[in-house]
Design a protein around this ligand. Sequence first.
Ligand code: PRT
Ligand code: ZN
Length: 301
Amino acid sequence: LQPYQRNKTNIIMPNTDSILRIALQKSGRLSEDSFRLFKECGIKFESGTGKLKTSSSNFPAEFLFLRDDDIAGYVEDGVADIGIVGENVFIESNRKAEITYRLGFSKCRLSIAVPRGVDYKNIEDFQGKSIATSYPRLLGNYLKEKGVKADIHEISGSVEIAPSIGLAEGVCDIVSSGSTLLSNGLKEVETIFRSEAVLISNKKLSKAKHDTLNKLLFRIKAVQTAQNYKYILLNAPNDKLQEIINMIPGMKSPTIVPLAMEGWSSIHSVLEENQFWENIEAIRSAGAEGILVIPIEKMIY
Ligand code: PRT
Ligand code: ZN
């Protein structure tokens, strides 16, 4: 089954069986990175027009724009085939879908916090106390695992004000920079879950949709791998080539191009960003000059 086929008037159309319905957050902390990811994968679609649904013009995909809380349910029910959602929201929702790929953006943690003045020792301090949260399932599992019986006070927003209005002794909420806790006079005392954006998929995707998903994952991996690597060009005296090549071995091996100047060559290679910073001094002291580092858009091994 081909993802595209010609219709009666010989126009190339996506094969409807293979069209992947993708649920994305309409607007919020996941949206920008999700939209950017598809753009970097070369998948075009209109966003931000207020529409709830749109199709891609160059990939067999339809996009649904939803509240993040609804994405896992839509994917479980098969209204959407895949979705991008915070792992915290996905696990809390207890919906049956598969985490197919960890996307690495929208990282945050779910933490317990108490008023700054409290002399906190450990989680047992919460025995018989109450904690306000929008994540009763994740918190409940954590307390159970630690053998602590505390009252979980479920509230849907502005969790951080709970201690100051006497609603609970502590809170359990999403933390990123920590400034919200700080400005509400709270301190983080336990991290119970680390989250990032995840791509979830329906458990019973058809073969045709699965093939489209694999094409999408191939692109995502190519884009994300590229982001960790840089293309490096440098000039080196010929008698130092081997020493420098050993430091920047590249994907298979570096390209060596002779310079117009006698006795010198240019080395082209690919290097992990971290490795670049670790090796740069050694590369320079080996005699490399004119070092250029260039971003890579896509990378396929
Ligand atoms: O409207 P919709 O229902 O779709 O969105 P939402 O308002 O429910 O969610 P949104 O867009 O705020 O967050 C979507 C996802 O982003 C979350 O489920 C997390 O997976 C992830 N994420 C990453 C965050 C944060 N960072 C974050 N800092 N979600 C929320 N926060 C909030 C947190 O609740 C707290 O109020 O930011 C505050 C803490 O931030 P700091 O930087 O002050 O610590
Ligand atoms: Zn939400």
